[in-house]
Write a new protein. Structure first.
Length: 192
């Protein structure tokens, strides 16, 4: 059992480095987000320092992963599906569904300070977005909109569109996307 523990802990350093590089984060930025010194972070990534729970918890939070994912813990028999976040174009997408076809749901996080030049995209499908936190800038065709918490928008994704933060703060929103053009069906009140 000690060999398994040692192997698991030895693999944490390279996993930490890979997560940080995937998110294009520097050691200094990660240090600012976690309160862990650059020196300690560097030693953790190189394997020169053994990870502790006090170090791993803020790192898991900063990277937006569970502690199990961070240490690649073996499955526990838990029947729930643990979907893994993906980072694309500076945004973290957390899939909330895992079925082929139909409408797919995501929680999307645009981190604070993630300012990028708008590059509108088009593709087949239909999307519905709902802002949870922050101010979401949505370029949609000729429209330049800012959505705030509680606001939603829906659109055909064949129309050029782009998402970003309206300011330097983080933005969190939900996205329902149907590749074949399925629309979200909303009901304002229960059927009588």
């Amino acid at each position: 059992m000690d060999d398994d523990l040692d192997q698991t802990l030895d693999a944490v350093g390279p996993r930490l480095r890979a997560l940080r590089q995937q998110r294009e984060t520097t050691l200094a930025e990660l240090s600012a987000a976690t309160g862990i010194s650059v020196s300690t972070l560097s030693r953790l990534e190189s394997g020169a320092r053994r990870p502790t729970l006090e170090l791993l918890l803020p790192l898991a939070k900063a990277h937006g992963v569970t502690l199990d994912e961070l240490v690649d813990a073996p499955p526990t028999g838990d029947p729930r599906v643990h979907l893994r976040p993906v980072t694309r174009h500076g945004m973290t997408l957390l899939p909330l569904t895992r079925r082929a076809g139909g409408i797919q749901a995501y929680k999307i996080v645009i981190p604070a300070g993630a300012r990028s030049e708008p590059e509108p995209q088009t593709h087949e499908g239909y999307e519905w977005v709902y802002v949870l936190n922050g101010r979401l800038r949505l370029l949609l065709g000729d429209h330049d909109l800012v959505l705030v918490p509680g606001e939603a928008a829906e659109f055909d994704t064949r129309l050029p569109h782009w998402f970003g933060s309206a300011d330097a703060a983080a933005v969190e929103f939900l996205s329902l996307f149907g590749r074949q053009g399925e629309r979200a069906h909303l009901r304002a009140r229960p059927r009588g």
